[in-house]
Design a protein around this ligand. Structure first.
Ligand code: HEC
Ligand code: HEC
Length: 288
């Protein structure tokens, strides 16, 4: 049974649990008014701004505001600001970009835009720092499969490597030697290749392998095995390996050949982006 409230106590709701009674106090005035104000504000917001979700998008609101339009506007403003710089990059000779007053320098527009492109489109394969990994060449050293001048780097990026969708792509193919050479010949030529870079190798096998090399490999890799950037045949005498210099990796390369592919960037990136990223790669220390 609820006790009768004492004189000074506020009225209770009449609920009681184990002797604890619930007061029936009114909400504080300030709280109520704030609450009503939020309702009014909410209705106003719904009328002015996009609010109710519908099947396609949402109600647009009287002000016609859209966060997408705002972003599009900002992007358009940035593009407009960059347009003259990009035109400049497209008009200059590649070799002149980095020394240009307007877009050049290693803190300039071309370099920074190339860097952003590199991190977005190239780092997945070539590594965030450009140091590469097995099958993906290091772009920081002075060791080039297809040439390290700015024009050659640009052409490689633009047209890709063994990209069958690009008619001008760099193309070459090392034969599958398991079909052309005897097992012994492969073993010997692997020893010969190792003899060019390492101190430990089988002297007799390497000597036999030299003949195999001159007959079967020198056409692409050159007599002195220093490679040929025209056909993307790597230098085999510099102890830098794309696919590995141990006996197992070399045997695999010779037996089955490799077929490193890079997509052409022409068409995926703008001309200014390809040029800028070529400038960035060229400036990484290995550019010739
Ligand atoms: C899907 C992986 C992949 C992506 C993405 C990629 N590359 Fe490559 N890239 C390769 C491979 C593989 C090679 C080596 C192909 C070969 O064996 O000749 C290569 C070669 C190169 C070379 C030639 C290096 C040399 O020694 O001549 C350059 C320059 C290059 N990439 C730049 C770029 C740039 C710039 C981007 C971004 C716009 C990029 N790559 C994105 C895979 C990739
Ligand atoms: C038709 C030209 C051609 C011929 C002939 C050729 N190669 Fe190659 N070789 C290439 C090309 C191109 C590559 C690069 C392949 C790639 O990146 O996918 C390559 C790559 C290699 C590599 C990998 C180098 C590395 O850094 O990992 C080795 C090793 C090699 N060749 C050895 C040989 C040997 C040994 C022979 C002879 C038995 C031979 N090649 C014959 C074109 C040729």
């Amino acid at each position: 049974m609820a006790k009768k409230p004492e004189k000074k106590e506020p009225p209770t709701t009449g609920h009681e649990w184990d002797g604890i009674r619930e007061y029936d106090n009114p909400m504080p005035r300030w709280w109520l008014w704030t609450f009503y104000a939020t309702i009014v504000w909410g209705i106003g917001y719904m009328i002015l701004y996009p609010a109710w979700p519908m099947i396609n998008g949402a109600t647009t609101g009287l002000l016609g505001y859209s966060s997408r339009a705002e972003v599009a506007e900002q992007i358009a403003a940035v593009n407009e600001r960059n347009a003259p710089l990009e035109t400049r990059i497209e008009e200059l000779a590649l070799a002149d970009i980095i020394s240009d007053d307007l877009v050049g320098g290693t803190n300039g527009f071309a370099y920074n835009s190339g860097k952003a492109t590199f991190f977005t489109f190239c780092a997945q394969c070539h590594g965030a720092g450009g140091a590469g990994s097995v099958g993906y060449p290091n772009l920081l050293d002075n060791n080039w499969l297809w040439g390290g001048s700015i024009d050659e780097i640009y052409a490689t990026i633009n047209q890709g490597i063994r990209d069958e969708n690009n008619p001008n792509t760099h193309f070459s193919e090392m034969p599958v030697f398991s079909e052309l050479l005897a097992k012994d010949e492969i073993k010997n030529v692997v020893q010969y290749v190792q003899s060019l870079s390492f101190d430990t190798f089988d002297v007799e096998m390497a000597a036999a392998g030299e003949t195999v090399f001159l007959d079967n490999c020198a056409a692409c890799h050159q007599d002195d095995a220093t490679g040929d950037t025209f056909g993307g045949a790597p230098n085999l005498a510099d102890a830098i390996w794309l696919y590995g210099g141990d006996t197992e990796s070399l045997t695999e390369t010779v037996k089955n050949s490799r077929f490193g592919m890079m997509p052409a960037w022409e068409g995926r990136l703008t001309e200014a982006q390809v040029r800028s990223v070529a400038v960035f790669v060229h400036a990484q220390g290995g550019g010739q």
